[in-house]
Design a protein around this ligand. Structure first.
Ligand code: 5AD
Ligand code: SF4
Length: 466
């Protein structure tokens, strides 16, 4: 496989010239930018790069779109609901655009990468002046410059599977940071739009990743999450002798007190080698998000997932044997075309068997252009909804039991924010990424503390700093 194309230094330098050119235009004007992100952590990481570029171009950030001179929606195409919300949000801005014609409304991300949406925006959403796809993100400065100077609408969904290093980034406040290690996906699960809008898998070079991690640790970040659609296939395209387990070991050797997390893993590529590395690396949090999607082998086959429910069970057993306290989470799709009552019961059975700490459960949403969108579907929406609710109920009972087992335990926590209630004023996370509300003297956001769990509920643990 060819190595990923890295955007050349010269091309990037060119974009930095546009950053300077836009800042010359914005100088003295105190312009404000608003961004909103739909979808996954990859999108959030992308938005942080765009905010970084905006910041360098002289914009201040605002939380209020009505105050902004530049408004950006970074969109998600994974389910119809996310698309509808994005269109709804942009639709609602037509009023603002009429009042203030100079405001620049932009759309980017997975939904923007699709031809059919570009046509729809061109035709029915004249308030959008800039649209760019996932491959054009690094060209944002030159695109914005064109919008500002040529006073016409700019659309760019071109580009290839490349990697741009060294873009500015403005991260969200707090002790946590995203670190993309790879982009794209080669798996083509039959329900999923991601490979069509994010392109083929391409890995960043390990030295670039390590450098970014060192910088993050030096800047005081305490929890760094490595991101990719399928992190377990990291390195396959690099032509170097490195895989994801090796990368974890290399990053674990970076000095400092921090937790490393990663997502998302695919069961077909997760391996005993990975679990050995996780178990042996003290900075790698003992937490695993391993989506299984369905407990029925027939549905898994039609989803093109390339593992069976029993293979999945064996992986979990291996992970638990090596890391007894590991926290497990998963994604499940309910109502995939052709799912029978029996198929669904196998999903329920897998949930009962594994006993996850957290589940993300989705109703299947047909995505045009994916194979499953044309599969025959027999179940009614009511049947699907009932299955969905049965699954939530079964999972709630499991979570209640797992949460209750924490009562009285001493845990290490990373304090990451303030809570709503006065009794437990801070929020924190366990190594397993469980949410905890904390009380006690001298608690600082961004610090690790020891605490004792003194109360539990379905959604949150409660603890006292010791
Ligand atoms: N419909 C419903 N859920 C989907 N996912 C991906 N595509 C679809 C779809 N078409 C879910 C999968 C994936 C998660 C990020 O989103 O469970 O793991
Ligand atoms: Fe979509 Fe499957 Fe790739 Fe995940 S692994 S992004 S579900 S195609």
């Amino acid at each position: 496989m060819p190595s990923p194309v890295t955007v050349s230094e010269e091309q990037l330098k060119n974009q930095f010239t546009y950053i300077d050119a836009v800042s010359a235009l914005t100088r003295g004007k105190q312009l404000r930018a608003y961004t909103h992100t739909f979808g996954c952590q990859q999108n959030e990481a992308d938005t942080e790069r765009i905010r970084g570029m905006l910041h360098e171009m002289g914009y201040c950030m605002t939380d209020r779109p009505e105050d902004a001179d530049f408004i950006l929606y970074n969109t998600c195409a994974v389910r119809e609901h996310a698309e509808d919300r994005a269109f709804g949000n942009i639709g609602a801005l037509s009023h603002l655009k009429k009042q203030r014609p100079d405001v620049v409304i932009a759309l980017c991300g997975c939904m923007a990468q699709q031809e059919k949406n570009v046509e729809k925006i061109k035709k029915s959403y004249p308030q959008v002046s800039l649209l760019f796809g996932t491959h054009a993100l690094w060209r944002f400065p030159s695109l914005l410059y064109r919008v500002l100077t040529e006073k016409k609408r700019v659309f760019d969904i071109g580009g290839e599977d490349d990697i741009a290093e060294g873009l500015p980034v403005l991260r969200a406040q707090g002790p946590k940071a995203w670190l993309s290690i790879m982009y794209g996906c080669n798996n083509f699960c039959t329900y999923c739009i991601v490979p069509y809008v994010r392109g083929r898998e391409r890995s960043r070079r390990p030295e670039e990743i390590e450098k970014e991690l060192r910088d993050l640790v030096a800047a005081g970040y305490k929890e760094i999450t490595l991101l990719g659609q399928n992190v377990n296939s990291y390195g396959k395209d690099l032509g170097l002798d490195i895989d994801f387990a090796d990368l974890l070991r290399r990053l674990n050797a970076v000095p400092g007190d921090f937790w490393l997390r990663f997502m998302t893993s695919h069961p077909k590529d997760a391996s005993p080698r990975l679990f050995d590395a996780m178990a042996q690396c003290e900075k790698v949090a003992k937490q695993l998000h391993l989506p299984f999607q369905s407990g029925s082998d027939e549905i898994l086959r039609r989803m093109n997932r390339r593992y069976t429910a029993d293979e999945y069970r064996a992986l979990i057993a291996d992970a638990r044997a090596k890391m007894p306290d590991i926290t497990l989470s998963s994604d499940i799709i309910v109502g995939f075309p052709g799912e029978t009552e029996e198929d669904f019961e196998q999903t329920l059975q897998l949930v009962e068997d594994v006993r996850f700490d957290l589940l993300f459960t989705f109703l299947y949403s047909p995505r045009s252009g994916t194979p499953a969108a044309s599969y025959e579907d027999n179940a009614t929406p009511q049947e699907k909804q009932q299955r969905f609710e049965r699954l939530l109920k079964a999972q709630d009972a499991i979570v209640a039991e797992r949460q209750a087992a924490y009562q009285g335990k001493t845990v290490r926590l990373l304090v990451d924010g303030t809570a709503k209630g006065p009794d437990y004023p801070f929020t924190a996370r366990t190594e397993g990424n469980l949410l905890v509300c904390v009380r006690g003297a001298d608690i600082e956001i961004g610090s690790f503390i020891e605490a004792e769990i003194d109360k539990t509920s379905l959604r949150c643990l409660f603890a006292r700093k010791i």
